[in-house]
Design a protein. Sequence first.
Length: 640
Amino acid sequence: MKVKKILYLLMATAGLLLTACSPDDHNLSKPDFESGDLVHGSAFSVTVDADNTVTLKSLLDDSYNCYWIQPNGRSQGNEVKFQLPFAGTYEVTFGVDTRGGVVYGAPYKFEITTNNMSLLEDPLYTYLTGGVGKSKKWVPVDKDYGVGQCTGPVMYCNPDDVLNDGSGDTNIGISHMKPNWDPGFQSWLIPESDPYMDSYMVFSLDDVNGCSMIEYRGEAGTKSASTGTTLSGKWNLNLSDKNHPTLSFTDTYSMHNTGFNEVCDNYTTDIIITELTPYMLQLATMRTNSEGSWWIIWNFIAEDVQNGTVEIPSGDVNYLTPTTPVLPEIDDLTTKLFTTDISGVEFVGAEMTYQVSQDAAYDWLWWNGGSSAWESVIKENYGTNWAPKWDEDAVAENELTLTKKGEYTYGEQTGTYTISDSKIVFDSEVSFFTVTGDERTIQVKGKEWQVFKCDPGSELVLGVADGKDANGNTNSYLVVNLTYKAVGGGETGPVIVPFDASKVNNYIEAGSYFRCQLYNPWGGGNDAIDPANVKLKKNQKVNVTVTLSGFTFSQPAKMVLCCNRGSEQSWETDCFNYSRAITVNGDGTYTVSWTNDTGSTVKWDDGASALTITMQYDGYATLPDEDYASHCMIESITIE
């Protein structure tokens, strides 16, 4: 018996040893990777196909949990695919879950050599961000706007009957949800004075930062006087299923109030969109606490709708149908081509000469079907691998001269041209210039040129077809930007910017700063200037002279002209440390300035920047009344 027991014991022990070493159990056999082991080519691969689809693939055993930090955010899995619309240099970081935790390798750089604007054709991108090169701000719903089936910032939807009609439909998705309860404002949920009502999400889309966002959540205090947390990160819009689009967030989250932090365990990954139009954004998160599963719908209204700048149209808007490209029609192009300004007098000549713009020699314009507009791809962000900077001397060598007789000269090339349907057609191909970068060569040349803009005496924008959409419509043009060559005398002295003093908006911001607002593209009051009149070439300076009256200063205060441009574009309180900030210590006349250090021309009519004077106020100065308009008067606005 003892021998049998010993044999059984040995057999059992051997079985355990075999089990411990079984190939089905990877836990004890996994090596501990170091960062230097996780390199491209041996640990993972990155491939890019013709339509800018990027495939990240682990080359390790399938048993490893793999993690990726990629341009669209964070991902998990042995193989990950995503698409990038913009050419440029990108980074990916590969990580592996080991016995000691997740270990990441060094970032690996890869190139996208061409733009694929068709990836952004879905109008949801425009609805969410305002379009390429733009940003859009979303705030919690604060009343009934007649859309979104909501009257407040949050509502509820039955997961077993998402249409709330007894059908038992569980398929929640975009435009496929009806709330079973819209609480509006509740004292125990989110009251009207809750600090959460100061929260916002700003979604941006551009060729430099990609899909980026900034969000602020009010967490303490009360509405309009809250304190909270500001985060910046990335977002990814997944449109693989058109009926169930989702948003994922990296280093940020789907906005919600602090009281719901523990109600749902997922506020970052594949957040379901139930409505997205230019006016309303609704996101659904699943309740996962002890109260049981339930959809919670978070409601956001576009800030420009909330402040009254944009009105929601009535009737069926058919939001989800992108428009077909429409080329601009230039009325009386033949006359405009030969019209310029000489010392303030309009002049129409027999010929006109144009020079390549030194600020923005070329660009791509693409048709944004969501906003129904031709939009710049480069947004003056020259100097990248995909948008190299031109040789200024080389592009300045030749000038384009057109005559009313239909003849042209460009450098040593001469010939004839015709004008037809807002197009200039040369008798042979005209090569304006070639731009060569480290990774890319761009030839700006063609025979048939669409006129996108003809501003007499100012600029002429010509484009040659450079891409089509899925329906075969030309939706992208490579353009050359030309300026009218000055005829006769030039300007002397500074350019005077007209303004309407009655529309200057003076107010106290956040109880701390005195603001004198001249222009705000996102609303907040009437605009004192026409943004089309504010155009600064590189290194030009805008000066605003003001007169203060009625202030009592307890200590010297800083005053500065703020805008959302250039190397110093922060607002209070950082702006008071800028070199352009001046010191004021009493009533009098002062001049504040901003110099265009962006490296190219900036135009205020692109809607990308406000123009506001701000001054330290709380703890620095007082006023005898709240008639702020009478205490800060604009004297002049000039550009030099």
